[in-house]
Design a binder for this molecule. Structure first.
Ligand code: O7M
Length: 255
């Protein structure tokens, strides 16, 4: 983040800052498109594409409809390939290069694989982003990932990951990861079907809430996405504006 200008006004100090260009940061909502029917998946993507900041796809859709889905969806939105890559550096590189060449803006990898695999992911991503999983959102996460979340966040940061996954089901854990990763991105799954609340995740320090079944499984995905975006909107205190397709500019009012 870079400070461009600060103006002292009676209603507060206005700081104009830019952040590195990257994923759109508007509704702060990411759709997890785990719909396995390709036709329905594209219908949902078309219905909510202008509401969500990105569409995350995972194995269910890619295995049933093929990797061409990455390219197809990238025509509609930024695509995050949630392949939770956990392998040796060479295999990680091959997977990340493949996903990015098909149009992925970001690829999600596991952090527990260690520094060499994480660095291989970051290097292979080129201009795309690498998000590293810290603590997972499901109850079983308490056994392993929860116990090492901060360590994994620290390692991911050292290795050049640009974002992290932390659980909306445990907002206090988002806070803990935020304390380690500074102003890098945090994306938070576990909203809706898993019991977490989007606004609580954002209030705890997540940049984006990830929502799957509660949107794509809804009778009206657009209305559902809108409701999540509105919920998130209640906690947003930043006014955003984009200039010339470049870095987003934020006006932060410090009272
Ligand atoms: O909203 P849901 O529960 O239908 O979907 C949540 C999505 O987020 C789904 O695609 C999961 O695979 C993913 N996810 C979790 O639910 N929990 C995690 O800890 C991590 C992820 C994830 O996105 O990891 C990158």
């Amino acid at each position: 983040m870079r400070l461009i200008m600060a103006v002292n006004r009676p209603d507060g100090l206005i700081c104009v800052v830019t952040v590195k260009p990257g994923m759109r940061k508007d509704s702060r909502l990411v759709l997890a498109l785990d719909e396995t029917d390709g036709r329905k998946a594209l219908q949902v993507a078309d219905a909510v594409g202008d509401i969500v900041d990105a569409i995350k796809i995972n194995w269910p859709l890619v295995l049933s409809e093929g990797p061409g889905m990455i390219t197809e969806l990238s025509k509609r939105s930024e695509v995050i390939c949630d392949f939770k890559v956990a392998d040796i550096p060479n295999t990680v590189r091959l997977i990340v290069e493949n996903a990015v060449s098909r149009g992925a803006s970001a690829v999600i990898v596991h952090a527990f694989t260690g520094d060499d695999s994480l660095k291989a992911a970051v290097e292979a991503a080129g201009g795309a982003e690498i998000f590293a999983v810290t603590e997972m959102s499901h109850p079983g996460a308490r056994l392993f990932t929860a116990q090492h979340a901060e360590e994994m966040a620290r390692l991911g940061k050292e290795c050049g990951a640009t974002g992290f996954i932390a659980p909306a089901t445990r907002p206090d854990r988002i806070r803990a990861v935020r304390a380690v990763v500074g102003d890098l991105k945090i994306l938070s799954p576990g909203v809706g079907a898993q019991g977490g609340k989007a606004s609580a995740a954002i209030a705890a320090g997540a940049d984006y809430a990830i929502v799957g079944r509660s949107i794509y499984g809804s009778d009206d995905p657009r209305a559902a996405a809108k409701a999540f975006a509105d919920d998130i909107g209640t906690v947003l205190r930043l006014q955003r504006r984009y200039i010339g397709g470049g870095a987003p500019v934020y006006y932060i009012i410090i009272k």
